[in-house]
Design a binder for this molecule. Structure first.
Ligand SMILES: Nc1ncnc2c1ncn2[C@@H]1O[C@H](COP(=O)(O)OP(=O)(O)O)[C@@H](O)[C@H]1O
Ligand SMILES: [Mg+2]
Length: 218
């Protein structure tokens, strides 16, 4: 028998309702998805700042930062944990590694949601099935998917990390939008025309959504 079937759930004494009542707002996940350079990190940080100013409990989980810790790559784990460990648990950018990256983020974001916190996640999360799996692990209404809809031409022109240039030159492979797919959400809660507006305008748009849908008070 698998030992993991003997692991049971423990009910906690401080409920989510109690935490949300104390915070005076609901917990949820605001899941940004979009191409590299589309503006996910910028919008998440702008929104985070605005919500923080309004006494709302937030956390930002950002792609690159998470890949330094929770979801470190094999190269980062090699020296501290050895070759076998790095090979087994280090996450790269293959489809299955991206799937596990997103699954772990989803699990962490859920913990924050249960704690009455608004978790903002900024990952390319290119595969629809992986995002939908996170959506399905959460309670109805807890997952707010926001498509940061910036045309690839704009992303490529911005290219703040020079990644598109490297991908075009064949120096990086499996780059989303170039030689790896990006699957747009079919029914996101919000689509941001992010190339045409400032980050402040876009964050304000999201705050409007949160108020209209009673996540935060108006
Ligand atoms: N709404 C916007 N208008 C103009 N430039 C933006 C906007 N949002 C982001 N940027 C710029 O685009 C670049 C990529 O943004 P970033 O947030 O890092 O994208 P991502 O996290 O999706 O990869 C940055 O240089 C940022 O300053
Ligand atoms: Mg980013």
């Amino acid at each position: 028998m698998n030992n993991d079937t003997n692991v049971t759930w423990h009910e906690h004494r401080v409920s989510r309702d109690m935490r949300e009542a104390k915070n005076n707002h609901k917990g949820c996940v605001i899941w940004f998805t979009g191409l590299s350079g589309s503006g996910k990190s910028t919008i998440a940080n702008t929104l985070d700042h605005m919500l923080h100013q309004s006494n709302i409990q937030t956390v930002v989980l950002d792609g690159d930062n998470v890949r330094h810790g929770l979801n470190a790559g094999p190269g980062m784990l090699q020296d501290t944990h050895g070759e076998e460990f790095a090979k087994r648990f280090g996450l790269g950018f293959s489809a299955i590694d991206r799937e596990e990256n997103i699954r772990r983020i989803g699990a962490v974001a859920e913990i924050f949601t249960q704690t009455g916190v608004i978790a903002l996640t900024a990952f390319i999360s290119p595969y629809r099935i992986d995002r939908d799996k996170v959506r399905n692990t959460l309670k109805q209404g807890d997952f707010i998917e926001i498509f940061v809809d910036t045309p690839i031409e704009v992303c490529e022109q911005r290219d703040p990390k020079g990644l598109y240039k490297k991908a075009r030159a064949g120096e990086i492979t499996g780059f989303t939008g170039i030689d790896d797919p990006y699957e747009k959400p079919l029914n996101p809660e919000l689509v941001l025309s992010a190339a045409e507006k400032t980050p402040d305008m876009l964050a304000a748009e999201i705050i409007g959504f949160l108020k209209n849908n009673n996540y935060i008070r108006g």
